[in-house]
Design a protein around this ligand. Structure first.
Ligand SMILES: Cc1cc2nc3c(=O)[nH]c(=O)nc-3n(C[C@H](O)[C@H](O)[C@H](O)COP(=O)(O)OP(=O)(O)OC[C@H]3O[C@@H](n4cnc5c(N)ncnc54)[C@H](O)[C@@H]3O)c2cc1C
Length: 383
């Protein structure tokens, strides 16, 4: 077989937000390379992945030492989500553009004493559209939380279970893609069936990649129906930390960030604490009597995301992409792009130009497309 006809077998382990965005980016970069065969092997699929539980908010969270690379990946993802919001994808993939109020206040400091010129802008301020500090009048609206400073930014929330479903539908309709439900116990199992393995196994990388620095950051949330809430509120004040995050179909009340806690059962104390802090922010939440309490384990990693190529002693090429902590949605498309750049150094990408590449199709349309759905969106809405 000549080099041009060689089949290149890539296997992605994991069908969470990281695995699926990587798969879509790979198909885009290899759109004209018919010799690529992509297999996605995963123990779980949506709606049972970590991001299905997540609040789906674009915000860098739970990562220490936010470096240039992290910002670049987050910025790239923000731009993709934003363009998707202004595309035909928004409704079916559950993407919302939304204002987020982020409030801080410690040690009963008086908000009158705050000099905005001395406040340190959060790293993501340069990436979002519309960032500004709240002035004193605006801070006063939140007097019941006693914040001393805060800002508002325009961001994105993704109803991830809708988003992943659409990505999965897109992938499953491509005849170069095989999707297998299975647990992998060692990379060696794939030695004879994959030329390149992409490891997107999240928290399981602790064992699969033998990485001791991966730890769970337990998160408990409550998903409620509260359609009057149209802004994000994240607060970290003397009264406690909490967040209220509307997605397309629900509102997420949170939350906890408990390092080294593997407990995936619901903790009633956490539930009560979340309700207390969120009701304090928006008292109308007191009338909510039903909610879905969920627990997930964020894949925290001491040194941040691991995104690199490893050649094992057995000669296996692995590209690792895990350890996104509380920012997997936020970094997804940016990390996927970087993973595929590494794969391109191992397997030649697009060989010939196809006509559509010359058209002016924007980046997000190339990454993945909506797959026709027999149920039209208007027919299923409850208007
Ligand atoms: C309560 C909560 C709120 C959050 N809110 C946000 C937010 O607002 N914004 C944000 O950006 N992030 C948020 N996150 C974090 C985000 O959910 C994670 O960073 C993200 O889901 C990680 O994605 P992943 O694909 O790496 O991991 P996962 O979703 O865990 O996916 C890993 C995949 O690998 C598969 N797998 C694992 N081991 C094996 C194996 N041995 N064999 C085969 N398959 C395997 C699993 O079955 C799974 O499909 C939140 C998380 C929690 C828990």
């Amino acid at each position: 077989m000549s080099h041009l006809n060689k089949i290149h077998r890539v296997t992605i382990i994991g069908a969470g937000i990281i695995g699926l965005t990587t798969a879509c980016t790979l198909l885009k970069e290899y759109s004209t390379n018919d010799n690529l065969q992509l297999t996605i092997i995963s123990e779980t699929f949506t709606p049972d992945t970590t991001a299905d539980i997540s609040a789906g908010l674009w915000e860098i969270y739970g990562i220490e030492n936010i470096d240039e690379q992290t910002l670049r990946r987050a910025g790239y993802t923000y731009d993709i989500f934003l363009s998707e919001y202004f595309s035909t994808k928004a409704a079916r993939a559950g993407i919302m553009k939304i204002s987020a109020y982020i409030l801080h206040g410690y040690n009963n400091q008086n908000s009158d004493e705050i000099d905005h010129t001395t406040l340190v802008k959060p790293a993501q301020a340069e990436l979002v559209r519309h960032f500004r500090w709240l002035d004193k009048h605006e801070i006063n609206i939140f007097d019941h939380l006693k914040p001393t400073s805060g800002f508002v930014m325009s961001t994105i929330t993704v109803e991830v279970k809708k988003y992943l479903l659409e990505l999965q539908r897109f992938l499953s309709q491509n005849n170069r893609v095989k999707i297998i439900k299975k647990k992998i116990h060692s990379f060696n199992e794939l030695k004879n069936t994959a030329d390149v393995i992409i490891n997107c196994s999240g928290i399981a990388s602790k064992y699969l990649a033998d990485d001791e620095t991966v730890r769970p950051a337990r998160g408990q949330i409550i998903r409620v129906h509260a359609p009057w809430i149209k802004s994000v509120y994240v607060f970290d004040t003397d009264d406690g930390m909490g967040y209220i995050i509307p997605q397309a179909d629900s509102v997420v009340l949170g939350g906890t960030f408990q390092l080294n806690d593997w407990n995936t059962n619901i903790d009633e104390n956490d539930t009560q604490k979340i309700l207390r802090t969120c009701i304090k922010c928006l008292p109308a939440l007191e009338d909510i009597h039903k909610g879905k309490v969920q627990v997930g384990l964020r894949p925290y990693r001491d040194n941040g995301v691991r995104l690199e190529h490893e050649k094992t002693n057995d000669g296996i090429d692995i590209v690792h992409c895990y350890g996104h902590s509380g920012s997997g949605v936020t970094l997804s498309w940016g990390c996927a792009k970087d993973v595929v750049e590494i794969v391109k150094t191992l397997i030649p990408a697009n060989s010939k130009q196809k006509n559509h590449e010359k058209n002016n199709i924007s980046e997000h349309e190339l990454l993945w497309r909506l797959v026709p759905n027999p149920e039209h969106i208007l027919l299923t809405s409850k208007i």
